[in-house]
Ligand binder design. Structure first.
Ligand code: MRU
Length: 341
């Protein structure tokens, strides 16, 4: 199950909103289609969004008729704006879009730019797998044999269009015979843990149990969890980390129970323009995701609700970041990522 397939000029996105019941692909013809697929979570997970956005921008560029380079770039900015207006927290989306813009600027004509953009999108997609494998290999250093790992949301191949970050490290530990077992949180409200992580763990043959998000403290108190590893949507320079709503609660619980709490993420998820978590925009989603369950009301009509998609885990609660360049303590981020204006 590949979340993103680009073959013979055709782009297909796995509709993750239908998993696990149905494996179906949507054909994406232009950037508007891709923006919609990102917005409605057909494609989700910060790195997969980045790769999908890159293809979306390349397809949008193909439709631009302008023969003049300056006018072409102006229209390309409109394409990029439409794509980046979808999910404000996912740093990889903005990183991929900036890289695509830079790629277009570097060639002399719209014809060449259109070709270069397709190649660049393929490169961004391909690089993800290598980054994920490097992250997963470094993850082996923090996962002891026989560990019970708690993870949140979905950070596997479905979330990165590669091998996975937090879930990549868990899968690799399993492949290395470390006899890991996993507690996967269901991840309310959209159940990325129940629908997607459970699917990936099952396919990989890794022993696991699905738990309600609110059961994590119970199992930590009973000594059933050795460590926590999650992914990230955006990481500030001081180490404050935005990830799926509920991550902060897990980090607090891990701290109280003396458990290591790791964030696995590629360097493309670090935001050189965010000094702290206060500079990270948290996506607020439609409250129907809270007041309805599978299209059926789960609260009285017109119940006021709040639906932040992410929260910020303060750096002090994070043991280390597992990146493709190795483990980074929060205080070491500035050594690798330099602040941008
Ligand atoms: O809303 P989603 O499903 O896109 O949220 C995904 C997460 O929060 C992931 O943990 C994060 O993007 C990292 S994916 C490797």
């Amino acid at each position: 199950m590949d979340p993103l397939i680009f073959e013979n000029g055709t782009l297909m996105v796995l509709d993750q909103t239908r998993l696990p019941a149905e494996v179906s692909y949507i054909e994406i013809h232009n950037h508007t289609h891709m923006a919609e697929a990102i917005r409605n979570l057909s494609i989700r997970g910060a790195p997969a969004i980045g790769a999908g956005a890159a293809y979306g921008i390349a397809l949008g560029a193909k439709m631009i008729k302008e023969p003049d380079m300056a006018a072409f770039l102006e229209e390309l900015d409109g394409v990029i704006k439409a794509i980046t207006a979808t999910r404000p927290t996912a740093q990889n989306l903005f990183r991929a879009a900036a890289r695509m813009r830079q790629c277009a600027e570097q060639v002399g004509s719209p014809v060449l730019a259109k070709e270069a953009l397709i190649s660049e999108a393929k490169r961004i997609h391909r690089e993800q797998y290598d980054q994920d494998m490097a992250i997963s290999l470094h993850g082996l250093d923090v996962i002891p044999a026989g560990a019970a790992v708690l993870t949140h949301c979905n950070t596997g191949s479905l979330a990165t269009a590669g091998y996975g970050t937090a879930l990549g490290a868990i899968k690799l530990a399993h492949r290395h015979g470390k006899a890991v077992r996993v507690l996967a949180t269901e991840t309310r409200p959209l159940l990325q843990g129940a629908r997607l992580t459970a699917l990936e763990l099952g396919e990989a043959g890794i022993p696991f149990e699905l738990i309600a998000d609110s059961a994590a403290g119970h199992y930590m108190a009973r000594g059933k969890i050795s460590l926590v590893i999650t992914g990230a949507d955006r990481i500030a320079l001081n180490g404050d980390t935005a990830n799926k709503i509920g991550t902060y609660t897990l980090a607090v619980l891990a701290g109280v129970h003396g458990l290591p709490f790791y964030i696995a993420a590629p360097l493309t998820t670090f935001d050189p323009a965010a000094a702290t978590g206060n500079n990270i925009v948290i996506e607020e989603r439609n409250t129907d995701e809270i007041t309805f369950f599978n299209g059926v009301p789960s609260a009285p009509p017109n119940t006021p609700a709040l639906n932040p998609a992410f929260d910020i885990t303060p750096a002090r609660l994070i043991t280390a970041f597992i990146t493709e360049q190795g483990l980074l303590r929060p205080g070491e981020i500035c050594r690798i990522i330099t602040r941008s204006a």
